[in-house]
Design a protein around this ligand. Structure first.
Ligand SMILES: [Zn+2]
Length: 321
């Protein structure tokens, strides 16, 4: 069976992995800086070169590769193989024919997929969602991405835009979100929102060890540092995670009511806080959901870590080729 390339187009790094789509193993991989300020033409050339390099690096030939999947951080038009809006890349890439450009440069069939839908697909096939009919994934990082598998199929919606769970409204009078809406989950529980809560607590002079943990340099406050303070018993830090988990739990409760998933998978850097975050999400579900058997819904951490996206999108390319 041919191998597939899974690519993660990140704002910082460009990663290409050769994946065995039968077992989800990452066989070889290369990573280079994206240099996102360059023109998209230059970045796409760099991507195509990277794909050819990783094939060579693996000691393989073009004929050994069935195709390429690219996980893209933003809104896509899957029907036309174009990027529409990549909020974290300079220029935002409106109507860039990424799929055709990579196909022309490499000669390999190429498929695009949103980056968190790629993670969702990977976790469903080989990770925390394995064997489940219906799951939801929330990836908590700089933003909050999402993805859904419904009745044994990755859910796409119009042009692949379905599943943006971080932009579900949890407070209709809430602060403006980067997407233009008000009160999205992302404005309450993303990594920057958690950091900001830590900064605020220290600036207000609350009794918290967060200040001590960052040597009173507020720029050094991260979700990870707040998690460390919480694990050391700091009540304010614990409360910050408790609130973030509560907000995520509200969105998770809405997902439970809408879809009846077996599992809700929490991925992304902030998920490394583990039970600090998972506990309040689960508690909120139990408190709020009464119209479906919520005790059967598991809230679990992702299993494939940084590899989930490249595995998921390589398998997606294999499915679509
Ligand atoms: Zn939003």
């Amino acid at each position: 069976m041919k191998k597939y390339i899974g690519c993660d187009l990140g704002g910082t790094n460009l990663r290409a992995a050769i994946v065995d789509v039968e077992n989800g193993a990452v066989l070889h991989q290369l990573s280079i800086p994206t240099l996102a300020r360059d023109s998209h033409d230059l970045i796409m050339k760099r991507m195509a070169d990277l794909f050819l390099q990783v094939i060579q690096f693996a000691g393989m030939n073009l004929e050994d590769i069935g195709g390429i999947g690219i996980g893209v951080p933003g809104v896509l038009d899957l029907e036309n193989g174009e990027t529409l809006f990549l909020p974290n890349l300079p220029g935002t890439w409106p109507h860039v024919p990424l799929q055709a450009t990579i196909e022309n440069r490499t000669g390999l069939p190429t498929r695009l997929l949103n980056d968190v839908r790629s993670i969702t697909h990977g976790e469903w096939l080989f990770g925390a969602g394995r064997g489940m009919e219906t799951i939801a994934v929330l990836a908590i990082g700089t933003g909050i991405g999402g993805g859904l598998v419904i009745n044994g199929q990755l859910h796409l919606g119009i042009g692949g835009t379905g599943g943006e769970l971080g932009h579900t409204t949890i407070n209709f009078n809430g602060p403006r979100c980067g997407c233009g809406n008000h009160g999205c989950l992302e404005t309450y529980a993303s990594g920057p929102a958690i950091s900001a809560a830590g900064v605020k607590a220290v600036a207000q002079g609350l009794t918290t060890r967060i200040g001590e943990f960052c040597d009173y340099d507020l720029n050094r406050i991260t979700p990870e540092l707040i998690a460390k303070a919480a694990q050391a018993g700091d009540e304010i830090a614990k409360d910050i995670y408790e609130k973030a988990g509560y907000y995520i739990g509200i969105t998770a409760a809405n997902i439970c009511v809408a879809l009846g998933p077996r599992r809700i998978v929490i991925a992304g850097g902030v998920a490394q806080a583990g039970e600090l975050l998972l506990d309040p999400i689960h508690r909120t579900l139990l408190e709020r959901v009464h119209v479906m058997p919520v005790e059967q819904v598991e809230v679990v951490p992702s299993q494939l870590g940084d590899d989930a996206g490249v595995i998921g999108v390589a398998c997606w390319a294999a499915k679509k080729s």
